[in-house]
Design a protein around this ligand. Structure first.
Ligand SMILES: *[C@@H]1O[C@H](CO)[C@@H](O)[C@H](O)[C@H]1NC(C)=O
Ligand SMILES: *[C@@H]1O[C@H](CO)[C@@H](O)[C@H](O)[C@H]1NC(C)=O
Ligand SMILES: *[C@@H]1O[C@H](CO)[C@@H](O)[C@H](O)[C@H]1NC(C)=O
Ligand SMILES: *[C@@H]1O[C@H](CO)[C@@H](O)[C@H](O)[C@H]1NC(C)=O
Ligand SMILES: *[C@@H]1O[C@H](CO)[C@@H](O)[C@H](O)[C@H]1NC(C)=O
Ligand SMILES: *[C@@H]1O[C@H](CO)[C@@H](O)[C@H](O)[C@H]1NC(C)=O
Length: 317
């Protein structure tokens, strides 16, 4: 009897507490979402974005506001984390603001301003590809075959394949021309040129390839590396350009005018960084002036003038 009386008395209080607990849990549902991240336009003209990795709210939808420089504006409400934006003007600058919602509660907006990339089916072929060889470098010019959509997201990639050393180098340019200065003489290169739509994932246009080879270049004058002097002879070591000039070597000449003139054939050599030549039958304790030069299939280098003083005969010998 007394027990039911007690229950009847505290029931309103119990209900009150229960109501307060319900209120506070529905308060927890009013969760403010964190702003979205990594907004980007993919190469298939799809706008994409990510939720924060530590998002705890239940994100229900996004408001996507789009505006450009003109009158046109778009306001969309989507539930996915992507939006096909192929309806926007290609190669025009657009602003995007994305606002996450958890039910009726909005988070902060994130924005991105970007050109809408060329679509995946844009014609990326090149035409009028021309190679010219002014002295000292190679010049390549080209054009995009169809410019009707613009070229806002395009770059041009030249892959330079040094076939002798089997090395590759990628060069990206925005202009439709490129000058190559550091090309090595007597080296076979393969050039692979294509337009690349830089949107992610990248789309490459058709390749235009060409084999090129710069002609021979006369070697630089040899430089003195070592000199081993005896009484009646000396042995000179000179340094050459090595890999920088792979044009085939022909001859090295150590020319002391009327006193000596030594030429050594280098036809057997593949290439060389150092060469040594011995000059014999000299007189002891004498000064000799001489010139060293080198010849490859392009011709003779400039001469390097040098001098040696032969040793006196040692009384100990
Ligand atoms: C666009 O590309 C992304 C990534 O490659 C892919 O996940 C998505 O399904 C594509 N969207 C359309 C509409 O093709
Ligand atoms: C967005 O759409 C959802 C339904 O998908 C709706 O509940 C919500 O009120 C809309 N939000 C805005 C801001 O229009
Ligand atoms: C150039 O590209 C546009 C858009 O893709 C296309 O409509 C047009 O026919 C193309 N023009 C030529 C000459 O191929
Ligand atoms: C690209 O071309 C323009 C005009 O021909 C020129 O002014 C500019 O210097 C070039 N840029 C590069 C990086 O070569
Ligand atoms: C000349 O010098 C080089 C390197 O110092 C050595 O290898 C070579 O044997 C020398 N030649 C003679 C003939 O002494
Ligand atoms: C070395 O070359 C210089 C310049 O060409 C020349 O004047 C000189 O006579 C040459 N010396 C010898 C020993 O041949």
């Amino acid at each position: 009897m007394t027990n039911t009386m007690v229950i009847k008395k505290i029931l309103p209080k119990l209900l009150m507490v229960l109501f307060m607990i319900l209120c506070s849990t529905s308060g927890q549902d009013e969760c403010v979402p964190t702003s979205v991240q990594h907004i980007d336009i993919l190469s298939n003209t799809t706008l994409v974005w990510d939720l924060d990795a530590f998002e705890t709210c239940h994100v229900t939808n996004f408001n996507v506001d789009i505006w450009g420089n003109g009158e046109e504006e778009f306001h969309l409400n989507v539930t996915d984390r992507f939006l096909d934006v192929s309806f926007l003007g290609i190669c025009e600058l657009w602003n995007f603001a994305i606002t996450p919602f958890s039910y009726e509660v909005s988070g902060a907006s994130s924005t991105l301003s970007t050109y809408v990339h060329l679509p995946p089916d844009a014609d990326l072929s090149l035409s009028y590809v021309t190679y010219s060889f002014p002295s000292g470098y190679i010049s390549i010019d080209w054009d995009l075959t169809n410019r009707s959509l613009g070229d806002c997201s395009l770059k041009y990639r030249l892959t330079l394949h040094d076939e002798d050393r089997d090395t590759m180098e990628d060069i990206y340019v925005s202009n439709t021309s490129i000058n190559l200065y550091d090309m090595l003489p007597c080296t076979q290169y393969e050039t692979l040129l294509r337009a690349v739509n830089m949107a992610y994932p990248m789309i490459g246009g058709p390749l235009r390839t060409m084999r090129i080879r710069l002609g021979a270049r006369v070697p630089n004058a040899p430089t003195l590396k070592a000199l081993d002097i005896q009484a009646t002879s000396f042995n000179i070591t000179v340094e050459l350009e090595g890999e920088k000039n792979k044009c085939p070597l022909r001859t090295i000449r150590v020319n002391g005018g009327v006193y000596f003139d030594v030429s050594v054939s280098l036809y057997e050599l593949e290439s060389a960084e150092f060469l040594n030549v011995e000059v014999k039958d000299l007189l002891p304790n004498r000064m000799y002036f001489f010139n060293v030069s080198i010849k490859n299939n392009g011709g003779w280098s400039a001469v390097t003038p040098l001098a040696v003083q032969t040793l006196d005969f040692s009384p100990n010998k």
